[in-house]
Design a protein around this ligand. Structure first.
Ligand code: ADP
Ligand code: ZN
Length: 629
């Protein structure tokens, strides 16, 4: 299988669980695979398909993706076709005839085909060796994307005894999982469950205020020339923001359900083909696209739930290269959403929406690792000390004795009557001269000006830690105000001591994951990317089908100048070496010679252990639960 992996896909090693899943498939067993986006699910059926005598049928609801998936397989020298409603009658006939002549290894079909008699009779004349059910959660009404046609798959399972079924999904709730197993009638299925940690994604939350547009500009500048998505809530906002960005010299386009179909289609197409870098969109955008190199994903408005947030951020960095997910947060946004939630008629629905939003707010205000919080929320026991990829973990911290300052903050909250926001309390502590202070005579309090040695930012940080610790509690009401909790009072009364961890002062905040895994030559990478775009355009396929970013970065690092060395690059299989080798070699050679650069040695067997291992680490796919084996 390793030989086939290199020959057809150009990869040297399997990603976690791929090997086990493929073995199970080749053993004729039914399996259920739960893996996050980018985990490498497709390979789990595409590779066995090459070894099996008959046809591999792939059922997928993502019609818009089928052509690209098939083109990607063909570009690797694998015979694949698809059947869905976009085919003309004569195209359909051609594909069916080819399949009957056994010239097709992998056939993608849309689920609604399963209900057609004509398709059933076509199917009965095929020799099917494997059925892969992609997006298997569509079979469950509990999932987020129920497709009634998926229910026909249970019958198909029964009609094809002895043919292994492989169900795959990135949606993993317990209920949906049980539903998939039951509805599909799987035979003593094995379950493969990967960790849902997306280690290549860097999570951060930044305050949203009047400067948030500047923040956005900085982020886009840092990711210049790379693909990014900015999510907004309203249609109007997507258009306004895209226009402002264009004025600022960025190539950005809006996308929302109110635009005409043709405009939407074109925007998506341009994004996939690297002809526009930034799409400012409502969350509908990105669902059915497979683009592997989205490097920046911004939530400009607050997501409605953590499930949504995780799914949307999951669209970034599918190729396993570091990518930034940034959420801009202020309490006003949350209050605005609460207002809308309060208009919901149905009480259960309203409460649920409030609970979900509350968790998002908690996530934003977190004073601990964001990754850990979210993985625990999804029920995964993930307990690394430092995730190395969230704004909390990336800022070096040091512990300090916070006893006195905590006493001061809590006292100030009490003295001001436990009915102010934290900004006011901080102004009092720093001896400020604001309208509110004058109005309430807070300059006459004993706590006035007793914490001038701390900056406003530091006091905010410490107050946040006191909230996290439970010493400060939020009052209910329209404005965020604080009171001292029961445990906070006990702390004050007992004169307990308190240690907190704060960001180191002199250290600059590291909040970017834009560093690449390899220290590659950026200018050459840009040239190769341009070449890729040109070839993709000629062949009318998305650029990532030519080569993905990982491959181009390795080329721009190792500078391969012979066919032999080129073939060692990840992602260069036999077919692509034949097809594209000369073109890329000549680009690399010209560049290297004009600058007197030499090829870099490839690490000895396995070819790129570091790169692979770091990719595995980045993907964070170490199996934590494999049933039945
Ligand atoms: P999923 O369907 O689980 O989201 P994909 O099948 O699209 O994931 O794979 C994600 C990315 O990982 C793709 O770019 C794919 O080419 C790459 N990939 C898959 N298997 C391997 C492997 N063994 N080695 C290196 N890259 C891989
Ligand atoms: Zn972290």
């Amino acid at each position: 299988m390793l030989e086939l992996l290199k020959k057809y896909f150009g990869y040297d090693e399997f990603l976690p669980l791929q090997k086990e899943i493929i073995a199970s498939v080749l053993n004729g067993e039914d399996s259920l695979v739960l893996m996050p986006t980018g985990g490498g699910k497709s390979l789990c059926y595409q590779l066995p398909a090459l070894r099996l005598a008959g046809l591999t049928l792939v059922v997928s609801p993502l019609i818009a993706l089928m052509k690209d998936q098939v083109d990607a397989l063909k570009s690797n020298g694998i015979s694949a076709e698809f059947i869905n409603s976009t085919l003309t009658f004569s195209e359909l006939r051609r594909v069916q005839e080819q399949a009957l002549r056994r010239e097709v290894k992998i056939l993608y079909v849309a689920p609604e085909r399963l209900s057609l008699d004509a398709f059933q009779s076509f199917l009965s004349r095929l020799k099917v060796s494997l059925v892969a059910v992609d997006e298997a959660h569509c079979i469950s009404v509990w999932g987020h994307d129920f497709r009634p046609d998926y229910r026909r798959l249970g019958e198909l399972r029964n009609a094809l005894p002895g043919v292994p079924f492989l169900a795959l999904t990135a949606t993993a709730t317990e209920r949906v999982r049980r539903d998939i197993l039951g509805q599909l009638h799987l035979n003593q299925p094995r379950q493969f469950i990967a960790s849902f940690n997306r280690a290549s994604l860097n999570y951060s939350v930044l305050p949203k205020n009047r400067d948030s547009f500047e923040v956005l500009v900085d982020l886009l500048q840092k990711h210049k020339g790379e693909s990014s998505i900015i999510y907004c809530t309203s249609r109007k906002e997507t258009e306004g923001l895209a226009a402002r960005l264009r004025e600022g010299g960025f190539d950005a386009l809006p996308y929302h359900a109110g635009l005409e179909n043709e405009v939407r289609r074109q925007t998506q197409e341009r994004f996939i083909r690297d002809r526009v870098s930034t799409v400012v969109a409502t969350i509908a955008f990105g669902m059915g696209i497979d683009k592997p190199n989205i490097r920046l994903l911004v939530h400009y408005d607050l997501p409605k739930s953590l499930e949504g947030y995780y799914q949307e951020t999951g669209r970034a960095g599918r190729d396993g290269l570091p990518s930034d997910c940034v959420l801009l947060y202020n309490y006003g946004d949350a209050a605005k959403q609460e207002f809308f939630i309060d208009q919901v008629e149905d009480e259960a629905e309203r409460r649920n929406a409030r609970r979900k939003l509350g968790l998002v707010v908690e996530f934003c205000q977190l004073q601990s690792c964001r990754r850990k919080y979210i993985l625990h929320y999804f029920g995964e026991a993930w307990d690394e000390e430092n995730c190395g990829g969230c704004d909390f973990c990336l800022v070096p911290r040091e512990e300090f004795d916070a006893t006195i300052i905590a006493q001061k903050i809590l006292s100030a909250v009490i003295r001001t009557g436990e009915r102010f926001g934290i900004n006011h309390v901080i102004s009092v502590l720093r001896g400020g001269n604001t309208k509110a202070i004058r109005r309430w005579n807070h300059n006459e309090l004993s706590v006035y000006g007793i914490a001038k040695e701390f900056s406003t930012g530091e006091l905010k940080e410490i107050a946040g830690l006191l909230v996290a610790k439970g010493f400060l509690a939020k009052n209910s009401g329209d404005y965020v105000t604080f009171r001292v909790s029961e445990s906070g009072r006990i702390f004050l009364k007992n004169r307990d001591s308190l240690t907190l961890a704060m960001p180191k002062r002199e250290e600059e905040k590291v909040s970017s994951a834009s560093r690449a895994a390899l220290d590659y030559d950026q200018a050459l990478f840009d040239l190769l990317r341009e070449l890729r775009r040109r070839l993709a355009s000629e062949r009318q396929v998305p650029p990532y089908i030519i080569f993905n970013d990982v491959t181009l970065q390795q080329m721009a690092y190792y500078l391969p100048q012979t066919r032999d060395s080129l073939s060692q690059i990840s992602g260069v299989g036999a077919k692509k070496l034949e097809d594209l080798g000369e073109t890329f070699l000549s680009e690399i050679t010209t560049y290297a010679q004009s600058r007197n650069l030499e090829e870099r040695d490839f690490p000895v067997q396995p070819r790129q252990p570091g790169a692979i291992r770091s990719r595995l680490r980045k993907l964070g796919l170490g199996p934590h639960d494999v049933d039945g084996g």
